[in-house]
Design a binder for this molecule. Structure first.
Ligand code: ADP
Ligand code: MG
Length: 342
């Protein structure tokens, strides 16, 4: 489905940006690619991405510079499963971080193609390209001592024990459903390719970077890097990219319109525009679940704290008004005009 996109010669000047162009880092949640209950066929994924591309292309046509990142959970899970099944056919298995890179390319090109087509239809001559990026992590950090992120399928205790002794992997029993491999979820320290990202955006190219949190790598003593099996939260990587390119806006698009306090209690309240101090206090009080809303609010806090203009958490459908800071949970350094929660 293609909507009518009107091209606008935007002349909006953003304070602090000499080019006068607003730079937005967009973090796309899993629902941009796959909806709950879907099987995950290529056609289903392409349809969902098509709807997302309409919104993102419109932002570009309005004169914004986009840097897009996205989740990869279901996709990397399937690529990983394909590796496991391939072993039975005598095919060599690729490490998890290479499966992640495959998913960066797979999802990246789908978004890239859908956006290319939307831009062509809108008569907006802009380029979108996918960059397979690495994410530097610290193998000495606490995340590596206690892996928490489950990946792949469920297995029997016997198979789990075999993988633990033979491959040195960590496996955990998952709520009576069976055993799953768990990997560390470390902090992103740096994007080794950030210079290339900056060069491209300087040349007006819109980029898709660090999908699924990027390919995790650890630095060796000589400065070289090597891949590690870990999964970095894509929201935290989006923040790191946004900080590094001095973006104006961090736009986190997910399946809910607002972050909430007292989530799933009778006292639940949506958060509108809040100050950095309020966001930090609510985060400290534990209102946002780890592994879902927690990293989004943390990314928003870090971005604004590092000098970013505004961070917005809202639903995919509200991308356009979210980018303008009119919808969703909006975090700014000095905070709420109208007071929140509301
Ligand atoms: P994404 O793929 O966009 O990263 P996640 O599932 O990781 O999506 O995060 C979004 C989910 O976070 C929401 O669907 C909601 O169930 C959950 N969530 C956890 N805590 C909160 C909260 N305090 N307010 C709103 N949503 C929350
Ligand atoms: Mg998430």
């Amino acid at each position: 489905m293609h909507s009518q996109i009107k091209t606008v010669n935007s002349t909006t000047t953003v304070p602090g940006d000499p080019s006068g162009k607003e730079t937005i880092v967009v973090a796309l949640g899993g629902n941009a690619i796959l909806k709950p209950g879907e099987k995950g066929t290529f056609a289903e994924q392409m349809t969902n991405i098509g709807h997302t591309a309409v919104q993102l292309a419109r932002l570009i046509c309005e004169g914004k510079q986009l840097i897009i990142t996205h989740g990869n959970g279901p996709q990397v899970g399937r690529i990983f499963r394909q590796q496991e099944l391939g072993v039975q056919a005598g095919l060599p298995e690729m490490p998890l971080y290479i499966c992640g890179a495959m998913s960066q390319a797979q999802i990246g090109v789908m978004i890239q193609q859908a956006m290319h087509n939307e831009l062509v239809l809108a008569g907006c001559p802009k380029t979108v390209v996918t960059m397979i990026c690495q994410t530097l992590v610290d193998q000495e950090s606490a995340a590596f001592r206690d892996p928490t992120k489950p990946i792949g399928s469920f297995y029997s205790e016997e198979e789990a024990l075999k993988a633990m002794t033979e491959k040195g992997e960590t496996w955990k029993e998952d709520g009576g459903r069976g055993w799953r491999r768990v990997v560390p979820s470390p902090e992103p320290l740096e994007i080794p390719e950030i210079k290339a990202v900056k060069l491209l955006i300087k040349k007006d190219v819109n980029v898709i970077v660090s999908g699924g949190g990027g390919t995790p790598v650890a630095r060796n003593s000589g400065g070289t890097v090597a891949g590690v099996d870990a999964v970095v939260e894509k929201d935290l990587v989006a923040q790191e990219v946004a900080r590094a390119v001095a973006a104006d806006t961090l736009l986190i698009l997910t399946d809910v319109k607002h972050a909430k306090i007292n989530y799933r209690t009778p006292q639940e309240q949506k958060l509108g525009e809040i100050s950095l101090a309020e966001a930090k206090e609510y985060h400290r009080q534990g209102h946002f679940q780890p592994g879902s809303m927690g990293p989004k609010v943390l990314a928003a806090i870090r971005f604004v704290e590092s000098g970013g203009g505004k961070a917005v958490i809202t639903s995919l459908e509200d991308a356009l008004s979210g980018a303008e800071g009119k919808t969703g949970t909006i975090i700014k350094r000095s905070g709420a005009a109208d007071g929140s929660p509301g």
